[in-house]
Design a protein around this ligand. Structure first.
Ligand code: FES
Ligand SMILES: [Fe+2]
Length: 451
C-alpha cells in the first residue's frame, strides 16, 4: 500500500485548492529509516552547526518586542550571541562581541540602548554597529585601528511580524526559503500581537526529538489522554510545503474519533465554549456541534469587538494550525494568540536542548479574549500585553510550569532519547501521521549534504 492510498483526514474537503486550508498535494519522501546516530553524535551535531544552523534563516524574535529605536534583545544559539535591535534604519542584527578583544558586549537579555559600551575597556558602538569611541585612542598605532572596527553584522529580515537572522554571509532571500504560501502567517497580524509569556527551559533530549514530538498528533491518545474529549487526533490534516515547512490542522472542540461518546458535552468542551464567549450552561447541542458553535461564537465576538475576521476560514477560528518552519520552529496559530515554540540546540551536549516558547496575544478589549487553554498559561499571567515580561529560565531539574500537556512531553522525551541509545533500537519507523517528521529529516539531510 502506498501513501496515496493510506486514508488520512482532510479537514474541509470543499476548501478551494488555492485556499490556505486546502489539503496540500502529496509529497513522496520515501520510506527510509535514518541513522539514529544523528541524535547522539557530536560529529553530527557539528555538521548541523556548520552546514545547517549557521546557514539557515532562524527565528530570532518578534517585531513587537522592538517598538522603539534603541530597543534590543539577544538571540542566543549555541555559542553565538546576537544583538537584534531597532535602529533609525530599521531592524538590524550584530554578533554580540567586541572587536577589540572579543568580550561579550551586551549582557542584558533585552533593553534599550543607543550606544553599546564594552565592559572590558569601554570602547563604544552606536546601535547601528558603527565604532563610536576607542578609549585612549592616541595610545594605538594607527594601523591597528584605521579600519574603524565596528560590530560584525548578521543578515536580518522580517516577515509577518517575525524577525529572522541568518549567519550565512550571503544567504538566499528569506521568502525563498520559508516555504509557506503568501498570506499564511500574515493573516495572524503577529506584528500587532504582544508577548505575554516567554519561557526557556532545558530538556533532556536532542533538539530533533523535541521537533518530532510536536510535529504529530499520533501520540495524543497515549501521552495526553485528557485531550481525547476535546480535540481530534486520528483526524488531523497533515500538509507538507517546500523547504521542510509543514502544517497540521488539529480540530479542536470535538472529541477524538477514538472515543465512543460523540454526544456528551463534557466539562472540557464547556470550557472551550466559554473560551469562545459562549454561555456553556445554555448550550443545547451535542459534542458534535461544539466546534461549529465555537466558530460562530468567535465570529460574533469579533464583530462586537470591531475585529475583522473575514480573512480567516471557519476552521482557523476553532482549530489549531500548528505550523512548522524549518529547521526548529512550530507556531501554533490562532486568531487570538500565537504560540511560537523554538527547539534550540544545547551548547555542547547533543542530548539536551532548550525549549523556548513565546505566547503572544492579539490586543482586544474583552476579558475572555485569551490564548487557547492548551497553550498552558499559568493562572495570574497578565494577558493585557502592556508589559513585556522577562524571559523565565528553567534548568532541567526545575518545573517550568508549562501546563499539563507540555509537562507530559517534557517528562517523556528523555525516556525516548535514552531508549534510542539501546543496542536493540535500530532507528525510527514513521507512519503517515508522522509524515511531517520525515519531511523535516529529508530537508535536514539535504542541507547537511551541501558543501
Ligand atoms: S574587549 Fe571590548 S573594549 Fe576591550
Ligand atoms: Fe505532546
Amino acid at each position: 500500500m502506498n501513501a496515496n492510498t493510506i486514508s488520512l483526514a482532510v479537514i474541509n474537503p470543499d476548501a478551494p485548492v488555492d485556499s490556505l486550508e486546502a489539503k496540500q498535494p502529496h509529497i513522496d519522501n520515501g520510506t527510509e529509516c535514518y541513522d539514529k546516530q544523528g541524535y547522539f553524535s557530536r560529529d553530527y551535531m557539528e555538521r548541523e552547526w556548520e552546514r545547517m544552523w549557521t546557514r539557515s534563516w532562524l527565528i530570532a524574535g518578534v517585531e513587537s518586542d522592538l517598538p522603539a529605536i534603541g530597543d534590543f534583545f539577544l538571540f542566543e544559539i549555541r555559542d553565538e550571541s546576537i544583538i537584534v535591535t531597532r535602529t533609525e534604519q530599521g531592524i538590524k542584527a550584530f554578533y554580540n562581541v567586541c572587536p577589540h578583544r572579543g568580550t561579550k558586549l551586551v549582557w542584558d537579555e533585552r533593553g534599550n540602548k543607543k550606544v553599546f559600551v564594552c565592559p572590558f575597556h569601554s570602547w563604544s558602538f552606536t546601535n547601528n554597529g558603527e565604532l563610536r569611541r576607542i578609549t585612549d585612542e592616541s595610545t594605538f598605532q594607527p594601523e591597528v585601528i584605521c579600519h574603524r572596527p565596528g560590530l560584525a553584522p548578521v543578515a536580518c529580515d522580517t516577515h509577518a511580524g517575525i524577525i529572522f537572522i541568518n549567519m550565512d554571509e550571503n544567504p538566499a532571500p528569506l521568502l525563498d526559503s520559508l516555504g509557506l504560501p503568501a498570506g499564511y502567517l500574515e493573516a495572524y497580524q503577529i506584528d500587532r500581537m504582544k508577548v505575554v509569556r516567554h519561557v526557556r527551559s532545558e530538556w533532556g533530549a536532542n533538539w530533533k526529538v523535541g521537533v518530532e514530538a510536536f510535529y504529530e498528533s499520533y501520540h495524543l491518545h497515549a501521552v495526553h489522554p485528557e485531550t481525547r474529549g476535546v480535540m481530534g487526533d486520528l483526524n488531523v490534516q497533515y500538509d507538507l510545503y517546500p523547504n521542510g515547512a509543514s502544517r497540521m490542522i488539529v480540530p479542536l472542540g470535538q472529541p477524538s474519533p477514538r472515543i465512543h461518546d460523540q454526544v456528551t458535552v463534557t466539562e472540557g468542551l464547556k470550557m472551550m465554549l466559554q473560551d469562545a464567549g459562549i454561555d456553556a450552561s445554555g448550550f443545547k447541542g451535542t459534542a458534535a456541534d461544539v466546534r461549529r458553535a465555537i466558530q460562530q461564537g468567535k465570529r460574533e465576538r469579533a464583530e462586537r469587538l470591531g475585529l475583522d475576521y473575514s480573512r480567516f476560514e471557519d476552521g482557523q477560528l476553532s482549530d489549531s494550525w500548528a505550523t512548522g518552519v524549518f529547521p526548529n520552529v512550530q507556531i501554533g496559530c490562532h486568531p487570538e494568540a500565537v504560540f511560537i515554540m523554538r527547539f534550540l540546540p544545547h551548547e555542547s551536549d547533543p542530548e539536551r536542548f532548550y525549549y523556548d516558547t513565546m505566547t503572544l496575544i492579539f490586543p482586544a478589549d474583552d476579558p475572555d479574549y485569551r490564548p487557547p487553554l492548551w497553550m498552558g498559561l499559568p493562572e495570574g499571567i497578565d494577558v493585557s500585553g502592556n508589559q513585556r515580561p522577562a524571559t523565565e529560565h528553567y534548568t532541567i531539574e526545575e518545573d517550568a510550569r508549562l501546563g499539563q500537556v507540555l509537562s507530559q512531553d517534557s517528562a517523556l522525551l528523555p525516556v525516548v532519547q535514552k531508549g534510542m541509545r539501546s543496542r536493540g533500537f535500530k532507528g525510527q519507523l514513521w507512519g503517515e501521521q508522522e509524515q511531517r517528521l520525515r519531511h523535516f529529516h529529508v530537508e535536514l539531510e539535504r542541507r547537511l549534504a551541501q558543501e
